[in-house]
Design a protein around this ligand. Structure first.
Ligand code: ADP
Length: 149
């Protein structure tokens, strides 16, 4: 089953939006298989955003991620990588569609509340970077047959 890595960034945690954000993925029908509140090391933040290491915003982005706790999560479901990106919305919250997390709660690209893996291969890399296998629990919600045929 497809899995994705989601991280509620320091702004989402500080603003008390953890419950609201988790609720959106739960009510959509995706399955939570791992979750932890954590302070992020500089090494992990830099490894996670390695693809952006030459961008002008890289240093500030790493500083932001290590500045305050984040909530790291793994979610499971058919099409969850793209589906979660749809719920999250465009990178810039100012132009993100209303109804998306970034569209509803943000206005600054440097404070866009949540990260979501952008492809299945990226998700695999990010999940193994952030979680040990034993921190993830596979289970089937008993109401799944009322969500998916
Ligand atoms: P996404 O998080 O939507 O996948 P990217 O992978 O392009 O977006 O960028 C990673 C993160 O870097 C963004 O979520 C945002 O926090 C930050 N970022 C991207 N572009 C900028 C920018 N121009 N200025 C500041 N931060 C940026």
């Amino acid at each position: 089953m497809e899995r994705t890595f989601l991280m509620i960034k320091p702004d989402g945690v500080q603003r008390g939006l953890v419950g609201e954000i988790v609720r959106r993925f739960e009510t959509k029908g995706f399955t939570l298989v791992g979750m932890k509140l954590m302070a992020v090391s500089r090494e992990l933040a830099e490894g996670h955003y390695d693809v952006h290491k030459d961008k002008p915003f890289f240093k500030g982005l790493v500083e932001f991620i290590v500045s305050s706790p984040v909530v790291a999560m793994v979610w499971e479901g058919e099409g969850v990588v793209a589906g979660a990106r749809t719920l999250i919305g465009a990178t810039n919250p100012l132009t993100a569609a209303p109804g998306t997390i970034r569209g509803d709660f943000g206005m600054d690209v440097g404070r866009n509340l949540i990260h979501g893996s952008d492809a299945v291969e990226t998700a695999t890399r990010e999940i193994s970077l952030w979680f040990k296998e034993e921190e993830l629990t596979s289970w089937t919600p008993s109401l799944m047959s009322w969500i998916k045929e």
